[in-house]
Design a binder for this molecule. Structure first.
Ligand code: 13P
Ligand code: SF4
Length: 375
């Protein structure tokens, strides 16, 4: 029997994991396919074990977009992912299929944000676009936002003929953009933007960085902007920027033949030293496809690397940093928050719902659909 939800989160925090798992399972049994729990690969083990489906940002967006039976999505990830799920699961054709009924999306802890997404506020982006328009023709600039951004930025991009990308289709998104315009403005992750653009033979001189805190023109001269092909936003992931070139050198020295596998949010000097790179989904597939005895050092969030180590004892897997690089916001989602959210959902007293307003959703969808088309 589903427990009557207790008021507020604190009582759940004192429960043992076994009890939380049993109570989560009770809600799942009762709601069946109407409830879908999605989990991003950076979630802690006990949370990912509760996910019906897990994935990288691209796959999770696809899963939310394709959902048909489900009426509730509990998103074990961060805020921008839950917003994206809400927009895609409730797009007009899906709403029509369900006779107007919305899929309700929940983020078990509302404080699970993304520090990189917070580095690009919509007012800053609008101001940058206006300033840029004084130097170059913005009709000839495609705005590209990494999915790690607020829905308001995705809507901005949709309104201005742009596209959302993830770490798994950033190159295709840039190629798509250059078929339309001569320039791109890429936000918020300068590293993903730079690493991907270098792969398209765009030089560093053609990639000025726009600092939203600079007095004017993002700290650039008019000449630098006129010579640009990709204008990068001064944002980064605080987890991935902890990986350093010296860590790569240290592992190569100590373990000859080791292969370096990193996420493209890593800084350029690390990315360029790596043997392979890609989204979290790609990192997992690479390890899964490697023969026993392979040696890897991996530069991405700690929980994922530790899980790969546990799941592949036939391989030697190391974490590319001597210090703990974990995503503190992903880590906010725990069994207590998940159980509290699900029991309240089941009791008809929903908590932590994510609902993007109609206009923002409509324009974000334009840019997200382009993302889903250009794999
Ligand atoms: P992926 O899309 O590769 O899962 O990345 C999401 C993310 O936030 C990486 O920091
Ligand atoms: Fe954001 Fe970095 Fe956490 Fe990914 S790992 S959610 S980019 S802070």
């Amino acid at each position: 029997m589903i427990q009557k939800p207790q008021f507020g989160l604190p009582p759940y925090k004192s429960l043992e994991n076994d009890e939380l798992v049993a109570r989560i399972q009770t809600v799942r049994d009762q709601w069946g396919p109407q409830l879908m729990i999605l989990g991003h690969h950076y979630q802690q083990d006990e949370v990912i074990a509760q996910a019906d489906l897990r994935g990288d940002s691209y796959l999770l967006s696809q899963l939310a977009a394709d959902s048909s039976d489900c009426r509730h999505i509990a998103f074990c990830g961060v805020h921008f992912m839950a917003e994206t799920a809400d927009i895609l699961a409730n797009r007009p054709e899906k709403l029509a299929e369900r006779g107007g009924k919305r899929v309700q999306v929940y983020l078990p802890d509302m404080a699970a944000g993304c520090s990189m997404a917070d580095m690009a506020g919509i007012a800053q982006i609008e101001d940058a676009w206006e300033q840029l328009g004084e130097v170059v023709d913005t009709q000839d600039v495609t705005p590209v936002t990494y999915i790690n951004s607020a829905a308001s930025l995705k809507a901005f991009v949709g309104r201005h003929g742009g596209i959302v990308c993830t770490s798994s289709n950033a190159r295709a998104a840039l190629e798509w953009s250059f078929r339309r315009t001569r320039r791109v403005m890429f936000f918020p992750d300068q590293h993903l933007g730079r690493n991907t653009s270098l792969g398209l033979n765009i030089t560093e001189a053609e990639m000025p960085v726009w600092d939203p805190h600079a007095d004017e023109l993002g700290g650039n001269t008019e000449e630098e902007l006129l010579a640009s092909k990709v204008i990068l936003w001064k944002g980064h992931c605080s987890v991935h920027q902890m990986f350093k070139a010296e860590h790569v050198a240290m592992f190569r020295d100590k373990y000859p033949g080791i292969r370096v596998l990193v996420h493209p949010e890593c800084p350029q000097e690390v990315f360029q030293l790596a043997d392979a790179s890609g989204s979290t989904g790609h990192i997992i597939k690479t390890v899964e496809g490697a023969p026993a005895g392979s040696k890897w050092v991996i530069g991405t969030e700690l929980h994922l690397v530790n899980r790969l180590k546990d799941e592949h004892p036939e391989q030697e897997i190391y974490f590319l940093s001597p210090v703990v690089c974990m995503c503190a916001t992903m880590y906010r989602i725990d069994l207590a928050h998940l159980c509290w959210t699900l029991e309240n959902m089941a009791a008809g007293t929903p908590v932590n719902t994510i609902e993007v307003d109609e206009e923002t959703a409509q324009w974000s969808l334009v840019a997200l659909q382009r993302m889903l088309e250009v794999k």
